[in-house]
Design a binder for this molecule. Structure first.
Ligand SMILES: *Cc1c(COP(=O)(O)O)cnc(C)c1O
Length: 499
């Protein structure tokens, strides 16, 4: 066996060790005292801006970090570098926690990235309503208290064909509220194929139980018929619940009753019950649409996502859907349905706990008006993204490629697929073209790809992209046109730093 050679960076003798320790002590002594730093005029200016305590804390943190660095063998910073260090520290401290990012993943409704970006009109409406006071709960015609729920009401009725509508915090709370109002201590029938987990551990059976409803499962995982519902109805049945299987798809030997069939089962059962038993004729049909599109997704070569209009037309008594999925508006839960039922929802004590704020209502009303004008496709960002063709994506990717080439950064254009996301249209994709970033030798190692992706997330406007086959992929579909310049700049920054 050959002798193992000592690791080259390892100190080989006691003298080396002693020399290193002397250097370290020398560097430690270069570190200024807290008070001395606070007396520096430039740092004094920072203290005037950020407050003395904040700057003193910053200085202490930085000194601690420097001690650690020195003990690892680094040199102390020069005295005149300190103001810059403190300034950079404060800039980072003062970054808002919730920040804009560039979504280059090609996933249109990205729940981690804030779901639907708002339209111009929606953003302007939020700004216009938050600066001054507003008529949030004030009836201007009468000069007396009004209801915040009246603001989006007529638009929602007009667009969905419902008799009445009300808006709460999100679709999960909409479903919870509706079940609490109508099904507490009563039975709710649901197909075994629809006992779904939406995401983030949000499970329909759990919400049902929380609301105080008794869950009655019918059918099998793959096949449920209308007669399964009919056979399960008892005098205690409050609702037949349909839950849209938003984030998964069943193929093969499957069967699910049409909404209209459930409506027939419910109507027949209600007709047989005594009228006095409940305030409203039960059972009712509740349709949890989840995404609940207002536009027909089939027009874009996608599977048909059930629309709120279809749900109302098929006779559902109540439908619930999200404001920030395929509607393309703010986070909200929309409840539409029969007037007498919505009136009961409106009066429920939980309503107060789930109510929405004026910013949400302003953004929602403006978003709905785009649909009313027939301009959703032109004005609502997620519909612009869904409606954009692959050629338009290629044009934008090529423009990025040319801009980067001018700075000596070589990229490729690749065919790829964008996704809808957000628990809408699972597995459905839109053909796209992406910009693929490669290293100087036209290949980057896995670790370099990861390093670049990490560095892109640390940019002033963080960039989130996909990594595939050790390449970074940027899909123009989800990058807002106003963010393009920033994206190019960010790619240049990390390329310069890390290549
Ligand atoms: C997404 C979804 C929900 C939850 O909606 P949020 O607005 O996120 O609360 C509920 N039900 C279905 C079927 C969904 O797809």
């Amino acid at each position: 066996m050959p002798e193992a050679t000592p690791y080259p960076n390892q100190p080989t003798s006691a003298t080396d060790q002693a020399q290193k320790e002397r250097t370290r002590q020398h560097e430690f002594r270069k570190l200024p005292a807290v008070d001395a730093l606070l007396r520096e005029p430039t740092i004094g200016l920072l203290a005037a801006e950020h407050g003395v305590t904040a700057i003193a804390n910053a200085v202490r943190s930085l000194l601690n970090a420097q001690r650690t660095a020195i003990s690892r063998g680094q040199a102390a910073p020069a005295l005149d570098a300190w103001p810059t260090l403190v300034n950079a520290f404060m800039a980072e401290q003062n970054l808002p926690s919730l920040r804009p990012v560039i979504n280059a993943t090609g996933v249109i409704i990205h729940t981690n990235l804030g779901r639907a970006p708002l339209s111009d009109a929606a953003r302007k409406a939020v700004q216009a309503i938050t600066e001054p006071y507003s008529n949030l709960e004030y009836d201007l015609a009468v000069g007396a208290r009004g209801s915040r729920y009246d603001h989006a009401r007529n638009l929602l009725c007009e667009l969905t064909g419902a008799e009445d509508a009300i808006v709460v915090n999100n679709c999960a709370s909409a479903l919870y509220l509706v079940l609490s109002v109508f099904c507490r201590d009563l039975e709710v029938i649901i197909s075994r194929g629809q006992l779904v987990e939406i995401g983030g551990g949000f499970r329909i059976p759990d919400v049902l139980r929380q609301s105080g409803a008794k869950l009655v499962e019918v059918g099998t995982s793959n096949r449920t018929y209308a007669r399964d519902f009919a056979n399960a109805v008892t005098p205690e049945t409050a609702a037949l619940l349909r839950v849209h299987s938003s984030n998964f798809r069943q193929i093969g030997f499957v069967a699910t009753p049409e909404l209209g069939e459930l409506v027939n089962v419910a109507r027949q059962a209600a007709a047989q019950k005594s009228r006095e038993a409940h305030a409203v004729a039960l059972p009712i049909v509740i349709d949890d649409l989840g995404s609940g599109a207002l536009l027909d997704t089939a027009a874009f070569g996608l599977m048909a996502e059930p629309t709120a209009q279809e749900s109302m037309a098929a006779g559902a008594d109540i439908a619930t859907f999200s404001g920030d999925k395929l509607l393309g508006g703010p986070q909200a839960g929309i409840i539409v349905g029969r007037a007498e039922l919505i009136a009961r929802v409106r009066r429920h004590p939980m309503m107060r706990a789930l109510r929405v704020d004026k910013m949400t209502l302003a953004a929602l009303e403006a978003t709905l008006r785009s649909y009313q004008r027939g301009r959703a496709l032109q004005e609502i960002p997620i519909w612009q993204m869904i409606g954009a063709g692959a050629d338009a994506m290629r044009e934008r990717a090529v423009a990025w490629q040319i801009a980067l080439q001018a700075h000596g950064i070589q990229t490729q254009i690749r065919h790829a697929q964008s996704a809808i996301g957000g628990g809408s249209l699972p597995g459905e994709t839109l053909p796209t073209y992406v910009l693929a970033l490669s290293g100087a030798q036209n290949e980057i190692s896995a670790s370099l790809a990861t390093k670049w992706a990490n560095a892109l997330r640390q940019q002033p406007t963080p960039v989130v992209c996909r990594i595939q086959e050790e390449q970074l992929l940027f899909d123009p579909r989800t990058v807002l046109p106003v963010q393009e310049e920033m994206l190019i700049q960010s790619i240049r920054n990390v390329y310069a730093d890390l290549s």
